[in-house]
Ligand binder design. Structure first.
Ligand code: ADP
Ligand code: ZN
Ligand code: ZN
Length: 809
């Protein structure tokens, strides 16, 4: 936070939470938010005055500012970074330089002569009050105008100033209506019809308009008018409409419209089943005592319908509700289900929304249009002022954690804090709870409610382990698919049912290798192998986006024996099309869903039965509810387990259970086929038995013995620099300093990060384990800030970056 002076003329406009314009440093003009009004002048610098107050009504409320401050403290970042993440960029400002004539300049008696170009600019300024740099470029017909403008400034002929603009632009539509006096006067309108005799095209447009807009019965409709597309039907000529406007029969005008579509509710909430009702009353009873509650309901148990009822009750009591979803584009199904009930009184805060749309949701919350919002993790920053309930759906999802940039927050954890500030309740829902949440529930810190049965007739699917090694020995493997998987797919296709195939790897093949010398394509900027993308004929780095054409021969030895290794979704799609030529194939991964409606299109095709088999990455594991999916294939069950992290087991359990949960969600019982080289692994037994509890107990023993969450708190510090030696030295220096801090902790590292270099930056990691007490953590974080600041002050480490990640995952 920085301190600014309040100029006397602005003092009446100052309110906490209002946006202001301030000067930052010598050149920058920034938007700020008033966090506190006080009269303690800063010691270290002279406070500058606030330049302008932007908001008559604050854009941000005091609760939000408290929440931001908490987040900055907890996640070790600057409150400015939190503000940056919180405000949609449309509410921030951009500044643009403008040129104005200097009113004190006397052109006739100038002290220094002006050249021809300078004169041209001054001529232009006589007609136009201000010019942009681009205007000047156009006037002079040249690209570099800065020297000329500088010279004009030096001669005191012009002034350059920063014009600050809001980036948000309201959406404006052109409408057309009947001229006002004609809409009030029947005789005048009659006269117009006479005038139009013989001009059939114009007459028919006018008649049609009057049919849609009965101007005498409903004059208010004429005030709103219609848009061009509504007036013109097929066969109507646009030029006739133009003539009508030109002759003053119609008039065109502009209105500001909502970007967010209006949707009417279509249904009332469903009648809950007895077990849903039981869960509902337990939830309510436990909320009497507990702030936070874990709803552990198996896939297909009907959690969404329970959410709907709860949301409705909280809204009726007059409080606001926030429903968090992991990645909203993947959960369009749940959004449309909610929209059926809540219509457009529900705001949707989408990661693929344009910035203007985000501002409209923000303002909608601020002005009370939306008291219920469904959104991704950044929706915890919306200007709620009276939340009653926050629901975190699929609370175990790792995408609730923001990795980069700061604030590196966990939205589920932050939501619980936000609810605490609002004195609201938090409901965490999952079929496979995170171990943190389940632990908190088992300790009695959270309430706990279970839903053990699927809704309706459907049952959990049967599992089959398909042994890749055995099939290879018996020569039964075809394009890396086992006989069992092929049979189950064929059975489903024969019955006109659908199949999902899951592989956690996009692209064609994870890498390409030379059979002769062992060369593999590596990224030039990162220590990772390049993924082979067949469709685009490229090798691509999934970490930095670097790409190159696929070589025709080995760059190392010249051999042409290059082969692809491993299977990505693109290649699986190809293999399955060869094995099942009659099946209609689709693929859903980052590569096929880059544009805004990509997901929607694929899901619509699959949902309406235009596809038989859908291959996809973890995108297909989340929340999909398709009745005709009976077979789910997990292409590489072993890959799911190879996660280099203490959460490997937890993640694998969650991922397999979730993707399996897409199968057999209506009457037909589903089948899940897991391909593996090692069918005897204990985790498969536990997943198949649905034995979350004993798996949890077993993993907890390890976490306790080796000091991992939830028994300790983790802080990960990454040291980054373009020079390997400097990075290493800085990491060691940091390590030494941290070891000095006298708090209960364990410091591991520093060691080269798993990926030692990304985008030409070398990285080293240290992992700190702190005991769970709040005091330990606060002390540690404060000391850490001092240490990094002190190290940064050393000349050799000036360009080193330290990235602090609290609760990494
Ligand atoms: P979950 O989110 O727990 O996986 P869903 O909420 O998607 O489960 O419910 C699974 C299916 O059962 C959905 O198709 C849903 O429409 C249906 N369903 C759940 N509860 C009800 C209910 N009370 N009445 C009618 N249909 C229901
Ligand atoms: Zn080679
Ligand atoms: Zn790279």
């Amino acid at each position: 936070m920085f301190t600014y002076k309040i100029p006397r003329n602005l003092s009446s406009e100052i309110q906490i939470g209002a946006r202001v314009i301030v000067q930052f440093g010598r050149k920058k003009i920034l938007t700020g938010i008033i966090g506190k009004v006080h009269n303690k002048a800063p010691q270290a610098y002279e406070a500058k005055p606030i330049l302008e107050v932007l908001d008559e009504r604050p854009s941000v409320n005091p609760l939000q500012i408290r929440f931001w401050a908490w987040m900055a403290d907890y996640y070790c970042c600057h409150i400015g970074e939190v503000m940056h993440a919180a405000l949609p960029s449309g509410l921030r400002l951009s500044s643009e330089s403008k040129i104005q004539a200097n009113p004190d300049f006397d052109r006739e008696n100038a002290a220094y002569p002006l050249d021809e170009r300078e004169e041209k600019i001054l001529d232009a300024l006589e007609n136009q009050k201000e010019l942009t740099y681009e205007d000047c470029e156009k006037i002079l017909g040249i690209k570099t105008v800065t020297p000329i403008l500088k010279s004009l400034v030096a001669k005191e002929a012009i002034l350059i100033f920063e014009k600050v603009q809001e980036k948000y632009t309201p959406k404006v539509e052109t409408r057309i209506r009947l001229r006002e006096d004609l809409a009030k006067d029947k005789n005048a309108l009659e006269a117009i019809f006479e005038q139009l005799l013989g001009k059939e095209k114009q007459e028919s447009i006018l008649l049609k308009y009057l049919r849609d807009v009965p101007v005498f019965q409903k004059p208010e409709l004429n005030e709103k008018g219609l848009d061009k597309a509504t007036i013109l039907e097929e066969g109507d000529s646009e030029s006739s409409l133009k003539t009508l406007i030109k002759n003053g029969i119609f008039e065109s005008f502009k209105v500001t419209v909502n970007r967010l579509q209006e949707v009417e509710p279509e249904r009332v909430p469903a009648q809950l089943s007895p077990s849903q009702q039981e869960a509902m009353s337990q939830i309510k009873a436990q909320f009497e005592e507990k702030q936070t509650l874990l709803l552990h309901g198996i896939t297909g148990s009907g959690k969404t319908e329970i959410y709907i009822q709860l949301i409705q009750e909280v809204l009726e009591s007059g409080s606001q509700v926030l429903l968090l979803l992991p990645e909203i584009a993947l959960t369009t199904q749940i959004v449309s289900r909610l929209q059926e009930v809540f219509g457009s009184s529900m705001g949707v805060y989408h990661s693929k929304y344009s910035d203007n749309e985000r501002v409209e949701v923000w303002n909608g919350v601020l002005r009370g249009r939306f008291s219920f919002v469904v959104g991704v993790r950044s929706s915890i920053f919306l200007p709620f002022d009276s939340l009653g309930l926050i629901i975190v759906d699929e609370e175990h999802e790792s995408s609730y954690k923001q990795f980069d940039p700061a604030p590196r927050f966990q939205a589920r954890d932050a939501a619980i804090m936000l609810a605490y500030f609002h004195q609201a309740k938090t409901l965490l829902g999952s079929a496979t709870p995170s171990f943190e949440s389940f632990y908190n529930a088992s300790q009695g810190k959270y309430g706990y409610v279970e839903l053990k049965y699927r809704y309706g007739e459907s049952e959990l699917p049967d599992y089959f382990l398909a042994d890749l090694g055995a099939d290879r020995r018996k020569n039964l493997l075809k394009l890396d698919s086992t006989r069992l998987l092929r049979e189950k797919i064929q059975e489903a296709l024969d019955k006109n049912e659908q199949v999902l195939i899951f592989q956690n790897r996009r692209g064609y093949a994870p890498y390409i290798q030379c059979e002769d010398c062992g060369w593999t394509g590596e990224c030039v900027q990162c220590d990772v192998s390049l993924t082979y993308h067949q469709f685009t004929e490229e090798l691509r780095c999934h970490y930095c986006g670097y790409k190159e054409k696929i070589p025709t021969s080995c760059p190392a030895c010249g051999s042409t024996q290059l082969s692809t290794k491993g299977m990505g979704t693109e290649r699986i799609e190809e293999s399955l099309s060869l094995l099942f030529p009659e099946a209609r194939m689709g693929r859903m991964d980052l590569d096929t869903t880059r544009n805004k409606y990509g997901y929607q299109r694929i899901l619509d095709e699959f949902g309406s039965g235009q596809l038989d088999i859908l291959v996809g990455t973890q995108m297909i594991t989340k929340g999909l509810d398709f009745g005709r999916v009976t077979v789910v294939g997990i292409w590489d069950g072993d890959r799911i387990l190879n996660f280099p992290d203490f959460r490997a087991g937890e993640r694998a359990f969650q991922q397999i259970t979730q993707v399996a949960g897409r199968a057999g969600r209506r009457s037909e019982k589903g089948k899940v086929i897991i391909q593996t080289r090692n069918p005897d692994q204990d985790i498969f037994t536990k997943v198949i038995a649905g034995d979350y509890d004993s798996f949890f107990q077993q993993e907890m023993v390890e976490r306790r013995n080796f000091f991992y969450p939830p028994y300790v708190k983790l802080v990960k510090i990454t040291t980054r620099h373009a020079d390997f030696k400097t990075a290493e030295k800085a990491a060691i220096a940091l390590h030494r300093e941290m070891a000095q801090i006298a708090v209960k902790k364990i410091v591991l590292g520093p060691e080269k990060a798993l990926i030692g270099r990304i985008k030409n930056q070398y990285q080293f990691e240290s992992l700190i384990k702190l005991d769970r007490s709040g005091a330990t953590q606060t002390t540690f974080k404060e000391k850490l800030a001092e240490i990094t600041e002190e190290l940064q002050a050393r000349p050799e480490f000036r360009s080193v970056r330290w990235i602090v990640d609290v609760d990494p995952s």
